[in-house]
Design a protein. Sequence first.
Length: 299
Amino acid sequence: MQRSKLLPALISFAEVAKQQSFTAAAKQLGLSKSAVSQQIKRLEAQLGQQLLSRHTRGMNLTAQGQRLLARCEFLQQQVDHIINEVEQQKERPSGRFAVTLPHSCELDIVIPAIQQLCVEFPEIEPHVDVSDQPKDLIQDKYDVAIYAGDLADSQYRALNIGKSQELLCAGAAYLQTASKLSSPEQLLEQAMVAAPWQDKSIELHHELHGVMSLEPQFICRCNSLSSSLSFIEKGLGIGLIPEFALAQALRAGRVIKILEDYRGKTWPFYFLHRFHGDKPVHVERLYQLVKYYFEQANR
């Protein structure tokens, strides 16, 4: 199959993955089930990779299928954005675009999102303020704020980005010297690195045992999540860190999850803006990009 003819097969693959059903995907695409199945087979043959694992109860995406779906979703967002821009015939946004965000969302989420935004809207001038202190959009002259935690009553529009749970983790070097951990109470005997919002205690949740609070020995405190994670990676101690911030370090083996039946708090993340009615096209696009990179970081 020529690469120029891959698009229909990619569309069929993305729809099957979304619907988790060849029949439902075929109906949505206006094709026969056999036509959709043949397109998926040809795509797998062209790529030399199995994308779907079929079984009697349905199907699952293989690791290669998950990676391809993520790229398809990103491309679909770009196509939707282009169509929306042409249809609405809005002016190209330009000038100052001020965004404030917490340190935890900086490197893997907001920075790549703004980088892509600048490619699509080259006339905007991003002004980025990384701070864990909440900002007032109007008083502090921001267009958008990324906010972590429960929202207080606000006059601003809040769009949900997603949620992330805290996980217990440690560097391999620390675990080589520490005794094997089998219960959360043993954390009281371990060295721990505090995340910026952790003071004297941490909260752990278990599906059967409920919620418990511990006051561990914090031997290091940082005002940024990236610094806390760096100390954990280097073997200074154990940490309780949101899952999205751990994704790359876990994949690279720089940190290891421990006591996996126990989780910390679940943090909601929001995209706040001060626009009433229809959002400017670049604000809507930034929300799409931030949500996309947040979802990728939590996979």
